[in-house]
Design a protein around this ligand. Structure first.
Ligand code: ADP
Length: 437
């Protein structure tokens, strides 16, 4: 501004000097006329620029700054620079805002901003998915009108938000952890987290502990009962031996359960088997065939039909455990006189190990649950035949670690077929082995 003042003062001074000169040369009237006209011209110049400035200021901030002359040139240049800096700043702000919004939208947690009447101001994608609401359509509506579950409405009405609410929604068994947090200007943040998986794991853990305790308590109770009897009563040697045999049987049962639990825990806690150990499937199957025959003790006819030519890549003990469990199940659930077939076939596209039996079979409704820990169709039969209820869980885990799947087909009263399917990347041509005769 000071530059306008100085420049204007200089111009006025110049006009005065020139007016004085004109007055001396042509008379005072001409001198005063020149000076007055000069002042009017200067005034018009300022008025024109002031007008340009007023017009520019009344328009949007992005409007180009007008060009000025004389002292106004500097003013407009300053305004232009300022406008450029402001435009860059607001572009940067808009960019940061858009990024924050994007981050807010993409958060795996549901976030909604609510006003003091619990009306939605804004919400992100996860919140929309969690509560089945629409960010655009439902803005302005109270959340309690949209989420009507009684426990949620009660939680909001109580206004006690120190503890999160566990909310079972009606959609696909989705379980949410919901919490309200105070936000600026008496607004509230509604935070929601999908805890379906965590809740399921927690239930599984609780069931598992209950199952293990139950499974171990039964033989332990029997064992303690016999011990008391042997200690309290005077028994003849034959009776004592019978009791000791029964006690040994219960101890073996507990041992089998613990062994299977340890196998499962190892399968769960160790890294996946590498692809560099070649398992000689031919000799593994001969071993399993032998074990199945020993278990059957001639009660069932057990055959092995193994196509030579392909082996597996993986951990032998795990594959042996999976195949062995399938074979022993077939023997245990096939009545005397029945048949069990062990079949192996492979190709470049993959390989399959199938165990077929003519046993008791399984009702269709049990099939999806057979690989759950301690799930049995017939508890009595499983126990009679030395089952732990963990065999198929071990099979499933051991196979999954080799990217293999288990397929089960069964007809009650006719028999079952369990097939372990291995993908091509786990199958290799068998090594040529020299047989020692
Ligand atoms: P278990 O130790 O009780 O045999 P598994 O996990 O090996 O436990 O099997 C789970 C259940 O699946 C068994 O209790 C049995 O009811 C059923 N099952 C498994 N294999 C067969 C089969 N080959 N034939 C009929 N039922 C079977």
């Amino acid at each position: 501004m000071s530059s306008i003042l100085i420049r204007t003062a200089v111009v006025v001074l110049l006009l005065a000097v020139l007016g004085f000169g004109t007055g001396l040369a042509f008379g005072a009237i001409w001198g005063w006329s020149f000076f007055s006209l000069g002042l009017v011209g200067l005034l018009l110049h300022h008025v024109r620029h002031l007008n340009l400035l007023r017009r520019w200021a009344s328009r949007s901030l992005t409007e180009a700054v007008p060009e000025g002359s004389g002292a106004w040139e500097e003013v407009f240049t300053l305004l232009y620079r300022r406008q450029r800096a402001e435009t860059a700043r607001s572009r940067q702000l808009a960019h940061s805002l858009a990024r924050s919004r994007q981050a807010g939208r993409a958060l795996p947690y549901g976030v909604a901003i609510l006003d003091d009447e619990y009306r939605i101001v804004w919400c992100n994608d996860s919140c929309e998915a969690h509560f089945g609401i629409g960010a655009e359509a439902d803005v302005g509506h109270p959340i309690t009108n949209l989420v009507r579950q009684p426990e949620f409405v009660k939680y909001v009405a109580a206004g006690e938000f120190a503890k999160p609410l566990q909310l079972k929604t009606t959609r696909d068994g989705l379980v949410l952890s919901v919490q309200f947090v105070p936000y600026v200007d008496s607004q509230l943040l509604l935070l929601s987290r999908d805890i379906t998986q965590a809740t399921r794991l927690e239930t599984m853990r609780r069931d598992f502990v209950a199952n293990v305790s139950h499974e171990l308590r039964t033989p332990l109770t029997v064992l303690v009962g016999f011990l008391e009897t042997v200690r309290e009563l005077k028994l003849d040697p034959e009776r004592s031996r019978d009791y000791l045999n029964l006690m040994a049987e219960q101890s073996r049962r507990m041992q089998r359960i613990i062994d299977d639990l340890l196998t499962l825990s190892t399968l769960e806690s160790t890294p996946e088997p590498p692809h560099d150990e070649q398992v000689d499937v031919g000799s593994l199957l001969s071993r399993i065939h032998g074990e199945a025959q020993a278990l059957s003790a001639g009660r069932q006819r057990i055959t092995l039909d193994a196509e030579p030519g392909f082996d597996l890549l993986g951990t032998e003990s795990e594959i042996a455990s999976a195949f062995g469990n399938l074979a022993s199940n077939a023997v245990r659930y096939t009545p005397p006189g029945g048949e069990v077939r062990l079949i192996w076939c492979g190709s470049q596209k993959g390989a399959e190990f199938t165990v077929e039996d003519t046993g008791v079979g399984i009702e269709a409704e049990h099939i999806p649950r057979l690989t759950e820990r301690f799930y049995r169709v017939d508890r009595g039969r499983s126990r009679e035949t030395g089952g732990t209820g963990l065999g198929l869980a071990i099979v499933k885990h051991a196979l999954a670690r080799h990217q293999a799947t288990l397929e089960i087909e069964s007809t009650p009263g006719t028999g079952s077929r369990f097939t372990a399917k291995f993908p091509a990347r786990r199958v290799v041509p068998a090594r040529v082995r020299t047989e020692t005769l």
